[in-house]
Write a new protein. Structure first.
Length: 148
């Protein structure tokens, strides 16, 4: 019987252009252990609090297909030697946000490979993110992982 792992983390860091055209970016972010609370009332109240524990590390390469679409592949590491390798499902989308100088985007990734406790993973991760004018990234991820 496969084991299901669900996670939600908020990563922060930088996206740095890797070519003169700005069509390839290297994203490097990290996320502390956290507790996310969502309370439904008249709408929703939500907060993210850092809790004791380790830090997840994220590294990816983003390749723009158009001004508003891209593919992405990379690795997320959760502690020493426990990593997930992923690639884009279809294309990611990005465009202007209501906040001046900030882009807002979304992408889904399929798990390709894992190491350590994540060996032989199946599943998907969704990313809802913003990128500022200086390349500052805030990435809200939700993952559903099956360990076979």
């Amino acid at each position: 019987m496969p084991q299901q792992i669900i996670y939600a983390l908020q990563f922060s860091g930088q996206a740095i252009p890797q070519n003169d055209q700005g069509t390839v970016l290297k994203a490097t972010t990290h996320a502390p252990s956290s507790s996310i609370t969502s309370v439904v009332k008249q709408g929703v109240d939500a907060q993210i609090e850092t809790v004791e524990g380790g830090v997840a590390q994220f590294s990816s390469t983003v390749e723009f297909l158009t001004d508003n679409t891209f593919t992405e592949s990379g690795t997320i590491t959760f502690g020493q030697g426990n990593s997930l390798r992923f690639g884009t499902v279809g294309e990611g989308a990005i465009g202007p946000s209501p906040e001046e100088g900030v882009s807002h985007g979304v992408v889904s990734w399929r798990l390709i490979k894992g190491t350590g406790v994540f060996e032989n993973p199946r599943g998907f991760i969704t990313s809802n993110f913003t990128v500022g004018a200086e390349g500052e990234v805030t990435d809200n991820q939700f993952g559903v992982i099956y360990l076979m």
